[in-house]
Structures are given as C-alpha cells and as structure tokens.
Design a protein around this ligand. Structure first.
Ligand code: AMP
Length: 126
C-alpha cells in the first residue's frame, strides 16, 4: 500500500505559512523549529518540506538532495542549540515516531532533537 499523506496536518499548515512557528533553521528542503510543548531544554523538530508521512516514507521516496539537505540540517541544529559532541555539547537524543505503534501525533515526518539535560532511559515499559 502506498504511503498516504494528509495535507491538513499541522506541520503542512506551518509549511504553507498558515500557522506560525519558532524557526531554528530553514534550508532549501528542510525546516527546523522549536517544539510547542518542549520536553527538554532543547526540543527542536526537524521536518522535510516535502510531503512525507514518516521516516520510512522519506527514506523510500525523497530525492538524494532532500535526504542530504535534511541530514546536514540535523547537524546544524545540533550545533545551533549547543548539544553537539566535540563542540562542548553533552549530546542529545533524536527520535522519529511513526504510526500507531510509534505513537506519532502529527503525520508529517519529523525528527525530534532533545537535549540540554540527561534524557534518562530510552523507553518506558508502557
Ligand atoms: P509526535 O508525537 O512525534 O508526532 O510529536 C509531535 C510533536 O509536535 C509534539 O512534541 C508536539 O508538542 C509538537 N507540536 C504540535 N503542534 C505544534 C506546533 N504548532 N508547533 C510546534 N510543535 C508542535
């Protein structure tokens, strides 16, 4: 079954300029902005500008240019937010939820970058 994208999701509205966002970085194919309900001192969402639902959708159908742009943008966000290892940062966690089992709320692919504190164990048991 092909990946189905709902263009009424809130990140699509942000990309169309219908809803404001607190931008951290914008590149040709990628937008990064602060999460509206941060779960750590650093909590940035990085999204491709293209209409992709999930990481596997993006990895399957995005162009090489989009994938490179997105990947480089993640590094730039880490630098900008001070979490980069080797540059004085203490590291971060990156999370990409997908679908029902991944407990994804917004069906536009996004990578969470969380840092600025110790993030604890990776998963809870529930
Ligand atoms: P997920 O559960 O992985 O789909 O995460 C969705 C994330 O989007 C949550 O952390 C929300 O706090 C965040 N979020 C929802 N609406 C907005 C918004 N308008 N601006 C910034 N972040 C948002």
């Amino acid at each position: 079954m092909p990946f189905a994208y709902d263009d009424q999701n809130i990140f699509a509205k942000i990309l169309r300029g219908e809803i404001p966002n607190d931008t951290v970085l914008e590149t040709e194919h990628t937008l990064a902005f602060n999460d509206i309900q941060p779960q750590a001192p650093v909590h940035v969402l990085i999204i491709p500008k293209g209409a992709y639902v999930s990481h596997d959708h993006f990895a399957t159908e995005a162009s090489d240019a989009e994938i490179v742009d997105f990947t480089r943008a993640t590094a730039e966000v880490c630098r900008k937010t001070g979490v980069t290892l080797g540059e004085g940062g203490e590291g971060f966690r990156s999370i990409a939820n997908a679908g029902a089992h991944g407990v994804q709320e917004v069906p536009h692919y996004h990578l969470h970058i969380l840092g600025g504190r110790h993030m604890g164990r990776m998963l809870s048991k529930d």
